[in-house]
Design a protein around this ligand. Structure first.
Ligand SMILES: CC(C)(COP(=O)(O)OP(=O)(O)OC[C@H]1O[C@@H](n2cnc3c(N)ncnc32)[C@H](O)[C@@H]1OP(=O)(O)O)[C@@H](O)C(=O)NCCC(=O)NCCS
Length: 160
């Protein structure tokens, strides 16, 4: 697997990947719109095919991992991309945060094994996000209402 750092994530390749995975070329967390043009990215490639993407932002107050996707699950792509991303974020002394939604139990399992800890539950935050991005579904594929944003922070205490 090869990794490519892209300082400004609004390339056509990333826009189309992001739209396919997240319904549009922006993400909403905490009521804030995060456009790809405001984010950096690392892509994972195999045989020149994009197999994974992580997007993130570094601000004076915090570093935020905005999205992480693996095209094929359970082959180590997500872990490798997270490691690549952390190696860029850790030199900044800011807290490393990310937000996922209450239905994404797979992501919670993934991140909590890899040094992230629950920091806060933002009850009802997805309703606000849905006003800005109506394509956010009401229910997960498993039928769970998608309602809350779960804030995780990196503590470094990985159990992997
Ligand atoms: C969350 C996500 C990024 C994880 O990526 P992934 O590539 O499946 O993650 P990995 O393959 O590195 O790890 C997943 C599991 O596969 C296992 N695994 C890794 N390599 C493996 C291999 N070669 N063979 C078998 N299993 C393997 C890992 O042990 C891990 O299990 P664990 O978490 O119980 O320890 C992915 O599921 C995804 O794209 N989800 C949809 C988008 C999303 O929800 N993103 C997170 C919110 S932003």
């Amino acid at each position: 697997m090869r990794f490519r750092f892209i300082p400004k994530a609004d390339t056509p390749e990333i826009c189309s990947f992001f739209a396919e995975h997240w319904g549009d070329t922006f993400m909403v967390t905490q009521g804030k719109v995060r456009q790809l043009s405001e984010l950096s990215a690392i892509v994972a490639e195999e045989d020149r095919q994009l197999v994974g993407l992580v997007t993130f932002t570094i601000t004076p107050e915090y570093c935020e991992i905005v999205s992480l996707d693996a095209v094929v699950p359970d082959q180590g792509i997500g872990t490798a991309l997270l490691d690549q991303c952390l190696s860029q974020l850790l030199p900044h002394s800011n807290p490393i945060v990310l937000f996922t939604t209450n239905d994404n139990l797979n992501a919670l399992n993934f991140y909590m094994k890899r040094g992230f800890r629950l920091h806060r539950v933002h009850h009802g935050a997805v309703a606000l996000a849905r006003k800005i991005k109506p394509s956010i579904p009401l229910l997960s594929e498993q039928g769970l209402p998608i309602e809350d944003e779960i804030e995780l922070r990196y503590t470094g205490q990985s159990i992997c």
